[in-house]
Design a binder for this molecule. Structure first.
Ligand code: OAD
Length: 248
């Protein structure tokens, strides 16, 4: 294992354009549950069709709103962990670092990462079904309705979290930027994703096609492990600081 950590450190230390793709596993040590882990994962206990689709929201807006408020509560209590901080610190060591995350918790930004693409939106942001975006909890304060109604004059449409649900498109500008970053990188670090949700799961293949070196950190094998040159098996909050410490 130590030689694998050293190998990962050598690869990262020589990166000219590093892309870091993260998933729920990076935030697990901050107390935020992942989705697909047996028993503990959110989708092991809850039905994503009811809770994370537009159809589910239209069928039962209160159920979906309350569930996202519950998850927002977890996120608001959470702090970045040593994995997020090790990633943020790489910006000081390397010429170009880009984080692409599937997470909606904002913890990379809180840890100090400056260039973060949020593929699946942000759970602290809201939009209405009529298309008004950029709403915050402060904009919705004082409303009795659950979910709240859009405060834009004359609107009043249902408000929903500004996250990407199953069956919805990602913001094409964010996705195009992520693809361009992966096409142009020379090292890809993949952390804490099962690699099963598209289109995020195909981003590593862009890096692979561009002949980037690929390092993965995950206690389990993922759908992406087969294209990784180095797989570090263990929790990101422990392994990423060790990798960083060995980078010369
Ligand atoms: P998953 O729950 O599918 O996968 C989490 C991964 O993290 C698994 O491979 C775990 O083995 C790994 N893991 C667990 N603990 C870890 C740790 N301490 N350090 C590193 N890795 C760890 O989550 P995602 O791949 O992020 O989408 O799921 C992708 C998307 O599916 C999410 O963004 C979400 C979900 O539905 C939307 O909500 C649109």
């Amino acid at each position: 294992m130590h030689s694998d950590i050293q190998q990962a450190a050598n690869i990262l230390a020589h990166a000219r354009r590093l892309v870091i793709l993260t998933g729920a596993g990076i935030s697990k040590e901050s107390g935020i549950p992942t989705f697909r882990e047996a028993q503990q994962g959110l989708w092991a206990k809850h039905d994503p069709q009811r809770l994370a689709t537009l159809q589910g929201f239209m069928a039962n807006p209160k159920l979906v709103w309350d569930w996202y408020q519950f998850r927002l509560g977890l996120v608001e209590q959470a702090q970045p962990n040593p994995g997020h901080r090790a990633i943020a610190a790489l910006e000081q060591r390397l010429p170009h670092v880009e984080v692409i995350t599937q997470n909606v918790d904002g913890l990379h930004g809180q840890a100090g990462s400056h260039r973060v693409l949020e593929l699946h939106g942000n759970i602290r942001r809201f939009k209405c079904l009529a298309g008004h975006t950029g709403l915050t909890m402060a904009d919705l304060a004082g409303q009795q309705a659950t979910p709240p109604l859009c405060p834009h004059p004359g609107c009043g449409a249902l408000v929903r979290p500004d996250v990407v649900w199953f069956g919805e498109n990602l913001d094409y500008r964010v996705l195009n930027q992520a693809i361009a970053d992966c096409d142009a990188c020379d090292v890809l670090l993949i952390v804490g994703t099962s690699g099963v949700v598209q289109p995020a799961a195909s981003l590593p293949y862009h890096a692979w096609n561009a002949r980037a070196r690929i390092v993965e950190v995950n206690p389990e094998k993922s759908e992406l492990t087969e294209i990784a040159h180095v797989h570090l098996s263990g929790p990101a909050g422990e392994l990423l600081p060790q990798v960083a410490a060995l980078m010369l």
